[in-house]
Design a protein around this ligand. Structure first.
Ligand code: FES
Length: 158
C-alpha cells in the first residue's frame, strides 16, 4: 500500500462519510496514480474503507472505467451490449483485433493500445459504440475508426 493512500481514504471519507460512497472516488484516485487496480490494491482499498474485498472487487469489475489489468497508453472499449451487437459490434471488434494485431483483453507490444469489450455504454441509439480513452464514438465502423488510431490517439481528443 502506498503511504498516501491512507490520506486519500481519509479525504474520500470526509467528502462521502458512507464507506460505500467513498469507494468510487478512492478507486478513481488510486487508478489515476497507478494506471490500474491490482488484486493487492483491491484488498488494500477494502481494508482502508472497512469494506469486504468481494464488495470492492464487484464494484471495480462492474465499471468499465476501472482497469483490473495493466493497460496501454490508449484504451479502446468496444461495446458488446445487445444493441451494439445487433448493429455489428462483433465486426468492429474483429477489425480492431486485426488492425492492432491483438485479441480483446490484450495490449499491443509497444504499449500503445489496449482493446477491451464493455457492457452497454448507455448510448444505444449510437450503436455500435466504442470509446477511445473514454471518449464516445457512435456508429463506428472500420472507416471512421481507423483515422482515430493513426495518430497515437491524439486525434480523438481534439
Ligand atoms: S448496447 Fe452498446 S451502448 Fe448500449
Amino acid at each position: 500500500m502506498k503511504p498516501e493512500w491512507s490520506q486519500w481514504a481519509r479525504e474520500a471519507k470526509e467528502q462521502f462519510p458512507e464507506a460505500h460512497s467513498s469507494l468510487l472516488p478512492l478507486l478513481h484516485r488510486i487508478q489515476d496514480a497507478e494506471g490500474w487496480l491490482s488484486d493487492e490494491t483491491i484488498r488494500d482499498v477494502a481494508a482502508l474503507l472497512d469494506l469486504s474485498t468481494q464488495y470492492v472487487e464487484s464494484v471495480a469489475s462492474f465499471y468499465s472505467l476501472f482497469y483490473r489489468q495493466k493497460v496501454g497508453k490508449n484504451v479502446i472499449h468496444v461495446c458488446g451490449g445487445l444493441s451494439c451487437a445487433m448493429a455489428g459490434s462483433d465486426s468492429v471488434m474483429e477489425h480492431l483485433e486485426k488492425k492492432l494485431g491483438i485479441r480483446e483483453g490484450q495490449t499491443t507490444r509497444d504499449g500503445e493500445y489496449t482493446l477491451l469489450e464493455a457492457e452497454c455504454l448507455a448510448a444505444c441509439d449510437l450503436a455500435p459504440v466504442a470509446q477511445l480513452n473514454l471518449r464516445f464514438h457512435g456508429h463506428v465502423d472500420a472507416e471512421n475508426l481507423d483515422p482515430l488510431l493513426t495518430d497515437d490517439g491524439k486525434e480523438v481528443n481534439s
